[in-house]
Design a protein around this ligand. Structure first.
Ligand code: HEM
Length: 127
């Protein structure tokens, strides 16, 4: 059975690499988000996020081979993710998605997932 995954349809690894590179270029200078990242080098966080997205959309399962079950809410528990952090995250993600120039339907599918996931990751309602 020949099945074209969303991962393949949007261009495979290079597309997710560009998405996450653009996203982290924004995070690197974001006054709200940058302090949340524990490591000085954003490279390892970039790689984890890229591998997660690749796996989620039907590409290689390298993320879980290395990290196990994603359990993303649990993994975000150490970080303060309030409404302001979520909105900053989504602003950077919107810019990153726009840089890809994907067909509207694919762009919409990607955005809807990430927007939903970002709301799900909020772990404090304090401002
Ligand atoms: C890890 C922040 C939303 C996926 C992290 C880390 C921070 C963070 C500080 C630790 C960096 C590291 O890996 O060392 C945030 C904030 C969000 C957000 C402020 C705002 C809502 C999301 C969403 C997703 C996601 C929506 C998925 C769609 C990941 C993944 C990791 C991660 C896969 C690495 C997990 C691992 O340790 O294997 N995030 N995140 N994050 N985040 Fe987020």
């Amino acid at each position: 059975r020949a099945e074209v995954t969303f991962y393949d349809a949007v261009g495979g690894e290079p597309t997710f690499r560009k998405l996450v590179d653009e996203f982290y270029a924004g995070v690197a200078t974001d006054p709200l988000l940058r302090p949340l990242y524990p490591e000085e080098d954003l490279g390892p966080a970039n790689e984890r996020f890229r591998l997660f997205l690749i796996q989620y959309w039907g590409g290689p399962t390298t993320y879980s081979d290395q990290r196990g079950h994603p359990r993303l809410r649990m993994r975000h528990a150490p970080f303060r993710v309030g409404p302001a952090e979520r909105d900053a995250w989504l602003r950077n993600m919107r810019r990153a998605i726009d840089s890809l120039g994907l067909p509207a339907e694919q762009e919409q599918q990607l955005w809807e997932y990430l927007e939903r996931a970002a709301h799900f990751m909020v772990n404090t309602l304090e401002e």
